[in-house]
Ligand binder design. Structure first.
Ligand code: COI
Length: 355
């Protein structure tokens, strides 16, 4: 623990020291936890709102063994990023979208959630109080992880009596160990990510542990990650363990429709809007797995993953390869999104918040 406590509203940009940058080898960033200086914490009050949050030193939290999140999985998380631009300014990218998604998840899991304003303010404070951990331009970003948990004790199966909202952060580079090289995906028709009527459409913590088995198996066979099929017919594409998927055929981009089992990704939404703006047709629909056979390109989208091209997909022992060159639609989507975030492409949509 570092010693000092920072009160809300004091955006101490150099809380952890006077240096502009933390002592990090910025060329070696992957997607691993690097503890930073501060985290934001607030707890629900009896009137159903959250108290004014505090920026505290990053560290362990105390929970009753009977906390709702530990026993019944009442928890949600989000992911968003702070980016340092060449001009020295720091920006956030569409954090209100994450706030809204957390509210939708909280409604599904019978939890209290922070207001959009409190959520965005918490993300800002987390970014500013950890400013020296935001990588230099071009080296990565500060991944910000808002977490909402049922922190109150409960024994019978019911909503927890108290909720805690925490926001922490870690500098990150590429999500996959492949870096920016194309991914090799494995279609798993044994394990599923979500089921009809379940909670696959919200970002609950309980959607993630069940895919670890499928990921571990795929990785042991040399694949980058798993592409899941719908659990009813084992026929339609759903998503990859940590990101959404798009297929490209000619001038048309298709992605599985939001139907309760697909996570409504913020990057997914951005890519749909960018693609339409660039004159592509975008279809949100059911995509039979056979369409993988004659797609031109496949790519994945997510906050952590960014826009990642897929070089091959293996399904029932058949491996199909895709275009991944510099003229690909994936590259165009990636460059536009990164350009808006870093400032080299004009932010016509108003997605950027300078802090
Ligand atoms: C994100 O993309 O922000 C996520 O939450 C995915 C996570 C598995 C790293």
């Amino acid at each position: 623990y570092r010693k000092r406590e920072v009160k809300v509203g004091q955006f101490l940009t150099r809380y952890g020291g006077e240096d502009e940058y933390a002592d990090v080898d910025w060329d070696k960033l992957g997607f691993g936890l690097m503890p930073t200086d501060c985290m934001y914490v607030t707890t629900s009050t009896n009137d159903g709102s959250f108290s004014v949050g505090q920026v505290l030193p990053f560290g362990n939290i105390q929970l009753s063994p009977s906390a709702g999140v530990l026993n019944y999985g009442q928890g949600l998380f989000e992911g968003t990023k702070a980016i340092r631009r060449e001009n020295g300014r720091t920006v956030l990218f569409r954090p209100a979208q994450n706030a809204i998604r957390m509210q939708m998840g909280a409604e599904r899991l019978c939890m209290l959630s922070p207001s959009v304003d409190q959520f965005v303010d918490a993300v800002k404070q987390t970014a500013l109080s950890n400013k020296r951990w935001i990588p230099p331009p071009g080296k990565g970003s500060l991944y910000i992880r808002p977490l909402l948990i049922g922190s109150g004790p409960i024994l019978g199966l019911a909503p927890a009596p108290e909720y805690t909202f925490i926001v922490y952060a870690s500098p990150v580079g590429n999500y996959f160990k492949e870096g920016r090289a194309p991914l090799n995906l494995f279609v798993d028709d044994e394990y599923h990510r979500a089921t009809r009527g379940g909670a696959g459409g919200v970002k609950t913590i309980s959607n993630y542990a069940p895919v670890l088995k499928a990921i571990t198996r795929a990785k042991s066979r040399g694949f980058s990650d798993v592409l899941y099929l719908d659990s009813v017919n084992k026929k339609n594409l759903e998503e990859v363990s940590s990101c959404n998927i798009f297929i490209v055929k000619g001038n048309v981009l298709s992605t599985p429709a939001i139907n309760g089992t697909i996570l409504p990704g913020v990057t997914r939404k951005c890519i749909i809007e960018i693609a339409q703006h660039h004159g592509y047709k975008v279809e949100e629909r059911q995509i039979p797995v056979e369409e993988l056979l004659d797609a031109d390109e496949i790519f994945c989208t997510g906050t952590a993953v960014g826009v990642a091209s897929v070089g091959s997909i293996t399904y029932k022992n058949k491996r199909v390869e895709y275009k991944t060159d510099s003229k690909s639609v994936c590259r165009e989507m990636y460059s536009t999104l990164i350009g808006i975030q870093t400032g080299s492409v004009e932010d016509e949509m108003g997605w950027i918040i300078e802090i």
